[in-house]
Design a protein around this ligand. Structure first.
Ligand code: B12
Length: 475
C-alpha cells in the first residue's frame, strides 16, 4: 500500500523536537513492504498547502497522522493543538481518498476525543514498530483493522477499542533511519538533538502521569549494544547531539549504567543529553558514568522539595534522596536543569517556599531551574479523580482536550504566579513556562547555532536572560 505518515507537530516551545514517533511509524511501514513517505510539518510555512501537495502527488491509500502534543502545558498562556490537526485532516480528506489513522503520544492520551474532533477513521495505540505493520496488513488484506491490538474507532455513536499490546519487546524498531525521513540539518540549526529511547514502559505511580497507561507498567528494555549501534549510526551520519528521551533515563539503574559504560568504551564524538533523571537514582557513580560516556547536559525531574507534596504526587523518592542528588550534581561538571512542578496536591505557601529555598540554596548558579505552575489533568489519572472529588474539575473526560489544570486548594493561582514571577525576576538562572513563549526564542536558537554555541543552550540561561534584560526586554 501507499502510506503517508504526517507529523503534525509545529511547536518550537521550548525547542523544535525531531518527530521521533512519526519516524518510527514510517520505518515500520516501510519495513513491512509498503511504499512510505513522511511529511514533517515542523518547518513548513503553509502546512495545509504542503499536506495537500503531498496528498495529490503521492495519492496515499493510508495517511497516518502522528499527533504529539495536545497543548503546551502552560497554565498562563495555554495553546491547544487539536483544532490544527482537525483542519489538516479535513484538508487531506479533500485532497485524496486516503483512510486516516491517528497515532502518537497525544492520541494515546485521549483517543476518543481526538477521533470525534478530527473525524479520522481510526486511532492506533501502542508502539508503532509493532502495531502499525499489523494494522496495515489487516487493511491491505481487506480485513477489519479494529481486531488489531491498539486499534480504536467510533462506531454507532460509541467508542470501540482493542487494548494495545504492551508486551511487545522494544527492539531495533525504536531506532529509525532519521536522516531518511526528516531534515536533520534543519533540526540542528534549531539546536535540536536527535532523540533515542532505550526502553518502553514505566513502573512508577506518579498521580498525574499517563506514561504507564500509554506504554505499560513493565519495562521493555532495549539491549545496550543495540542502543550503541544506533548511536554509532547517527554519529557516522554526522549527528553531534543525541538526547535520550526515556520516561526515566536512570531506571532501571543497572541498565543506564551498562549503557553509559558501553558509550564510554566506544566514544563516537557524539554528545549526549537527557532531561529525564529521577532524583531517586541520581548518585555519584551514575554521574561519573554519564560524564565518562560524554553527557553534555542533564535534567533532574525534582518536582518538589517538600516531602508531603512528593508523597502526594506519588513519587518514589523524598527530600533525602533529592538532597543526595543535589550533592552528586554539585560534585560533577555536567550542566544540569532542575525541573519543579508547583501547585500539586498538598501544596501550600509553605511548601512552595520550601521548594524555592531548595532551588536558591542547593542549585548551582550556573545550573538552570525550570518551574511549572499547575498540573495538566488527563483522563484516567489518579489526579483527575482527586480533582473531581475536590470539585475543581467538572469538565467530562471528553471535554479535557481543552487544557484543564490541577491547582492545590492550599495555594491561590494569583499568589503562585506572582511568587514565581518574583523568584524568576531575582534569579537569572530560574525560568518558568512563559520563558518558552518568548517570540524571539527561535531566533536565539538560530543565532546560537550560527555562532557555534554547543548544546544544550539552556546552560547559558542566566547570561541570555541578563543580556535580554539589559536590552530592556520584559522577562
Ligand atoms: C522527552 C520528552 C520531551 C522532550 C523532547 C526532547 C526531544 N529531543 O525530543 C522535551 C522536554 C523537550 C519535551 C517538551 C514538550 N513536551 Co514532551 N515528552 C517527552 C517524552 C518523555 C518522550 C517523547 C518521545 O520522544 N518519545 C519517544 C517516541 C518514539 O514516542 P512517541 O512519539 O509517543 O511515538 C510512539 C507512539 O506514540 C506511536 N506513534 C507515534 N506516531 C505515530 C503515528 C502513527 C500513524 C502510529 C500508528 C503510531 C505512532 O509509535 C511511536 C513508537 O513507539 C513524552 C512522554 C512519552 N512517554 O511519550 C513527553 C510528551 C510527548 N510531551 C508532552 C508535552 C505536552 C510536551 C510539551 C508541549 C510541554 C512540556 N512542558 O513538556 C513540550 C513540547 C515540545 C515540542 N516542541 O513539541 C506530552 C504530549 C501529550 C500531551 N499530553 O499533550 C507527553 C506525552 C508527556 C505528557 N505530559 O503526557 N518533551
Amino acid at each position: 500500500m501507499k502510506v503517508l505518515v504526517v507529523s503534525v507537530n509545529r511547536s518550537r516551545q521550548p525547542a523544535a523536537v525531531v518527530p521521533y514517533g512519526a519516524c518510527v511509524a514510517a520505518q515500520a511501514a516501510l519495513g513491512a513492504g509498503h511504499e512510505t513517505r513522511l511529511l514533517d510539518l515542523m518547518f513548513e510555512r503553509e502546512p495545509v498547502k504542503a499536506l495537500e501537495r503531498a496528498c495529490r502527488a503521492f495519492r496515499p491509500e493510508v495517511a497516518g497522522f502522528s499527533l504529539r502534543n495536545i497543548d503546551n502545558n502552560d497554565i498562563r498562556n495555554p495553546v491547544s493543538y487539536p483544532d490544527e490537526a482537525a483542519s489538516l485532516i479535513a484538508a487531506a480528506r479533500r485532497a485524496c481518498g486516503a483512510k486516516i489513522v491517528l497515532g502518537g503520544a497525544a492520541a494515546a492520551v485521549m483517543p476518543e476525543a481526538l477521533l470525534r474532533l478530527t473525524g479520522a477513521d481510526w486511532c492506533l495505540l501502542g508502539d508503532a514498530a509493532s502495531a502499525f505493520p499489523r494494522f496495515l496488513a489487516a487493511l491491505a488484506a481487506g480485513g477489519d483493522p479494529l481486531s488489531v491490538p491498539g486499534a480504536c474507532a467510533l462506531a454507532d455513536g460509541g467508542f470501540s477499542a482493542e487494548p494495545p499490546d504492551l508486551s511487545a519487546s522494544a527492539g531495533t524498531g525504536l531506532f529509525p533511519e532519521f536522516g531518511r525521513w526528516v531534515d536533520l540539518r534543519a533540526y540542528a540549526r534549531h539546536m535540536a538533538a536527535v532523540p533515542l529511547k532505550t526502553k518502553l514502559g514505566c513502573p512508577f505511580g506518579c498521580v498525574y502521569c499517563t506514561y504507564p497507561a500509554g506504554e505499560g507498567g513493565a519495562y521493555r528494555l532495549c539491549l545496550p549494544e543495540t542502543v550503541l549501534q544506533a548511536v554509532r549510526d547517527l554519529a557516522a551520519a554526522g549527528v553531534r547531539d543525541i538526547e535520550f528521551v526515556d520516561n526515566v533515563f536512570n531506571s532501571p539503574y543497572a541498565h543506564a549504567m551498562e549503557l553509559c559504560g558501553l558509550l564510554a568504551g566506544n566514544r563516537t564524538g557524539a554528545r549526549f543529553h537527557t532531561m529525564e533523571l529521577n532524583p531517586g537514582f541520581t548518585d555519584a557513580p551514575l554521574l561519573d558514568a554519564m560524564e565518562r560516556a560524554g553527557f553534555a547536559g542533564i535534567g533532574v525531574t525534582a518536582e518538589s522539595a517538600d516531602g508531603g507534596v512528593l508523597a502526594a504526587l506519588g513519587k518514589n523518592y523524598g527530600p533525602a534522596e533529592l538532597y543526595q542528588a543535589a550533592r552528586a550534581v554539585e560534585e560533577h561538571s555536567i550542566p544540569c536543569m532542575w525541573m519543579f512542578l508547583l501547585g500539586g496536591p498538598g501544596e501550600t505557601k509553605e511548601t512552595v517556599e520550601r521548594t524555592l529555598a531548595f532551588a536558591r540554596r542547593r542549585v548551582r548558579p550556573s545550573d538552570t531551574v525550570f518551574f511549572n505552575a499547575g498540573i495538566r489533568l488527563y483522563p484516567g489519572t489518579p489526579l483527575e479523580a482527586a480533582a473531581r472529588r475536590e470539585g475543581s474539575l467538572t469538565e467530562p473526560p471528553g471535554g479535557m482536550l481543552e487544557p484543564v489544570f490541577y491547582l492545590s486548594p492550599g495555594v491561590e493561582k494569583s499568589w503562585l504566579l506572582e511568587t514565581l514571577a518574583a523568584a524568576t525576576g531575582e534569579n537569572m538562572n530560574f525560568i518558568a513556562s512563559d520563558s518558552f513563549a518568548l517570540p524571539y526564542l527561535s531566533g536565539i536558537y538560530g543565532l546560537a547555532h550560527f555562532a557555534g554555541v554547543e548544546q544544550p543552550l539552556w546552560k547559558h540561561t542566566r547570561f541570555i536572560r541578563r543580556g535580554l534584560k539589559s536590552l530592556g526586554v520584559k522577562l
